[in-house]
Write a protein that binds this ligand. Structure first.
Ligand SMILES: *[C@@H]1O[C@H](CO)[C@@H](O)[C@H](O)[C@H]1NC(C)=O
Length: 294
């Protein structure tokens, strides 16, 4: 899949929201064709989906594309008060948000049951909390909403247009020298840390290992809510721990304003390196994923 955005970039003579949109759609197409191939042997693959959050920095411009319930928060220096302010750059596609329900109703005007409140939780078709994703083929194409897929995923009536979207919401904005870093994280982190808490942690701690620090802060909060100690929470087996907190993925990208603004920068057009994994090299993104056991 890594090749796809590069191809689109050269076709389009540079980065744009359109390029990112095409990359999302290509990812979706590729995944749905995989579902089609495996449908007879592994029909449950039609119920598998993922959220997708993408950030691109190109010629001093930041592009954020989001489909699902992850979130990116910018840490911006406020010189007047010499402090760091959290600026949320993406919004979750979660049916618990009124504007998301409104969008669903406007996209499906003939279906009064496109979102339903069930056990105090809003769900699209009573099945899923998010309105956009990659995958979830059973809610994209009716051909996958039938046997042998498990009955709990099947809709009683056929549908002719996708119920969930894979197109991301895209934000394009010029970076300024006050923009210090970006925190990309799944909802597992934001469930336990506010935007400002996360930004304050990144601002006040050393860069190295900062994603792990955020992960630990979230786990400490999760433990506190259960009146447990962090060390006891960590001892719980991963599978069981799922009842205590969601999976947590974090990537922190530090923005070097000298590099971002240098228009003569002659590096590669785009980098496909992404997060540098748990060890971190202090240069670019530093990420951790999982539940803190590694
Ligand atoms: C959607 O939002 C609700 C309320 O904030 C939250 O409890 C739930 O975990 C969210 N669901 C997803 C899939 O992010």
């Amino acid at each position: 899949m890594h090749r796809v955005p590069l191809e689109f970039t050269s076709e389009n003579n540079g980065m744009s929201a359109n390029v990112i949109n095409k990359a999302f759609l290509a990812t979706e197409e590729e995944f749905l064709s995989l579902v089609k191939k495996q449908w007879l042997n592994k029909p449950q693959i039609a119920s598998v989906g993922a959220c997708c959050l993408v950030g691109v920095v190109c010629s001093g411009v930041l592009y954020i594309a989001n489909a699902g319930d992850s979130r990116v928060v910018l840490g911006r220096l406020e010189r007047a008060i010499k402090d760091i302010k959290a600026v949320q750059l993406s919004y979750e596609h979660n049916a618990s948000i009124e504007s998301v329900r409104e969008e669903l109703h406007s996209l499906h005007p003939d279906d009064p049951h496109i979102v339903v409140l069930k056990h105090k939780v809003w769900r699209v078709k009573g099945l899923i909390q998010i309105s956009r994703s990659i995958g979830d083929a059973y809610l994209k194409r009716a051909e996958f909403n039938r046997e042998p897929l498990l009955a709990k995923f099947r809709l009683p009536e056929p549908f002719d247009k996708p119920i969930l979207k894979s197109e991301p919401t895209i934000l394009v904005q010029k970076l300024c020298p006050e923009d210090q870093f970006l925190i990309f994280a799944s909802d597992g982190l934001w469930e336990h840390l506010s935007n400002q808490e996360a930004v304050d942690i990144v601002h006040s701690c050393p860069r190295n290992g900062i994603a792990r620090k955020l992960l630990k802060a979230a786990l400490c909060e999760a433990a506190k809510k259960r009146e447990m100690r962090y060390s006891d929470l960590k001892k719980i087996d991963r599978g069981v721990r799922r009842h205590f907190h969601d999976d947590i993925t974090v990537i922190v990208l530090f923005l070097d304003s000298n590099l971002v603004s240098r228009s003569s920068f002659r590096g590669p057009l785009i980098s496909i390196k992404g997060g540098c994994g748990v060890s971190g090299n202090g240069k670019g993104g530093c990420g951790v994923s999982g539940n803190g056991n590694t």
